[in-house]
Ligand binder design. Structure first.
Ligand code: SF4
Length: 336
C-alpha cells in the first residue's frame, strides 16, 4: 500500500512557540518518521495575508522563521515537502473555481469562520473582507491540489475540513469523479495555555515561549509567569492547581520532581522564585537541541532557502498534475 498524502501547515505571522510544538509539530515529526505518510507542509503566506494584508513585511519575514522552526524541530526535507503557498499558482486558480461551489451563507455559517471573525473585530469592524470569509475555500484548494487523503487538525478546525469535503462532493457531482475527498484526523496534541493563564498562547497576548527564545528570554518570561495569588510569603500554603509555573512543570519536569514541586508548594516549604528558576532551567534544557539546530539554520540561510525552493518546486509539479486533471474535467483544456 502506498503512503497516504497529508497536507498541513502554518500561517507565517510569527515565530512558532511551544504551543505549536506540543499542539501539532511534535505529531507531524512523528507521522513523518513513521514512513506511512507523504507529508506536504505549506507555509501559508497567502492565507496569512487575509488578516495581515496591510503588513506584507511581517508575512514575508516570517516565512523563513517558520521554515527554520520546522527544520529545528525535526521536520526532515527528505521526508516532508515544505513549500511556500503563494508560489503554487494552481492553488489560487483552484480557489477561484471552487468559489462557484460555495454560497456566502454557507461560509457565514461555518463555526470556525464565525469564531475567527469575532476574534478579528479590531481589524474588520462590522464588515469582514471577501478574502477572509472565503479562506475555507482556499484551504480546500490547498488540500485538494495535492490529492491529500488526510488532514491533521485540532477539533476547532473540523468545520473547515467538512467544508472542503462538501466542495469536493459538489465538484465531483458536476464535473466527474476527479477530486479526492480528504478525511480529518484529530491530532492528539495538547493545547498549551499562556504564561498568564490565558487559554491561548500567542504573540499578541505576550504570553508565549518561542522555540527560538534565548536562555535569558526564557528565564525572564518564566519569572513573570502567573502563580497562586494567595501566596505572599514563602511559608504560605500554596495551591499548585492555580499556578502556571506548576502547569509548565508538568510539561517540562520529570514526574517525580513534579510531585515534589506540588507537595512542597502545598506544604509551604517551596519558594516561588526557586520554583520558577528550576522551571526555567528545565525548559532551557528541553529546548536546547531545537535552539542549537535553529542557530545553525540562522547562520546558514542559504540552506533554508534551498530547502524551501526544492520543496516548492516539488509541490508545483504535483499541483500542476492535479490541475491538468481538473481542467480537463471542467472542459478548460483548450488547445491540448
Ligand atoms: Fe507556583 Fe511553585 Fe509558587 Fe507553588 S511554589 S505557587 S507551584 S511557583
Amino acid at each position: 500500500m502506498g503512503k497516504k498524502v497529508i497536507v498541513t501547515g502554518d500561517r507565517p505571522t510569527g515565530r512558532l512557540h511551544i504551543g505549536h510544538y506540543f499542539g501539532s509539530l511534535r505529531k507531524r515529526v512523528e507521522m513523518q518518521n513513521s514512513g506511512l505518510y507523504e507529508p506536504y507542509i505549506l507555509i501559508a503566506d497567502v492565507q496569512a495575508l487575509t488578516d495581515n494584508f496591510n503588513n506584507p513585511d511581517k508575512v514575508h519575514k516570517n516565512v523563513r522563521e517558520v521554515a527554520m522552526d520546522y527544520l529545528s524541530c525535526g521536520i526532515d526535507p527528505e521526508k516532508s515537502t515544505i513549500y511556500v503557498q503563494s508560489m503554487i499558482p494552481e492553488v489560487a486558480e483552484l480557489t477561484v473555481f471552487y468559489s462557484n461551489l460555495v454560497t456566502i451563507a454557507r461560509l457565514e455559517r461555518n463555526p470556525t469562520v464565525k469564531t475567527e471573525i469575532a476574534q478579528k473585530r479590531d481589524l474588520f469592524g462590522e464588515s469582514v473582507t471577501y478574502g477572509f470569509l472565503g479562506y475555507p475555500v482556499s484551504q480546500a484548494a490547498d488540500i485538494t491540489a495535492f490529492e491529500a487523503e488526510l488532514v491533521p487538525v485540532g477539533e476547532d478546525q473540523l468545520p473547515l475540513i467538512e467544508q472542503c469535503r462538501e466542495i469536493v462532493r459538489k465538484f465531483n457531482s458536476i464535473y466527474g469523479d476527479v477530486l479526492k475527498e480528504p478525511e480529518a484526523i484529530l491530532s492528539d496534541g495538547k493545547r498549551i495555555k499562556g504564561l498568564d493563564g490565558n487559554e491561548k498562547m500567542g504573540k499578541s497576548l505576550g504570553n508565549a515561549i518561542y522555540l527560538s527564545d534565548s536562555e535569558e528570554e526564557i528565564t525572564k518570561k518564566v519569572m513573570g509567569a502567573v502563580t497562586d495569588p494567595g501566596r505572599i510569603k514563602k511559608d504560605d500554603l500554596g495551591n499548585p492547581d492555580i499556578c502556571m509555573v506548576s502547569y509548565y512543570h508538568k510539561l517540562f519536569t520529570n514526574p517525580d520532581d513534579y510531585e515534589t514541586v506540588c507537595n512542597e508548594c502545598k506544604a509551604g516549604t517551596r519558594g516561588c522564585v526557586a520554583c520558577k528558576k528550576q522551571l526555567a532551567h528545565n525548559i532551557i534544557e528541553y529546548l536546547r537541541p531545537i535552539r542549537e539546530k535553529r542557530k545553525y539554520y540562522e547562520e546558514h540561510q542559504e540552506i533554508v532557502d534551498k530547502i524551501l525552493m526544492e520543496g516548492t518546486l516539488k509541490a508545483q509539479k504535483k499541483a500542476k498534475e492535479t490541475m491538468r486533471k481538473i481542467k480537463k474535467a471542467m472542459k478548460l483544456n483548450y488547445f491540448e
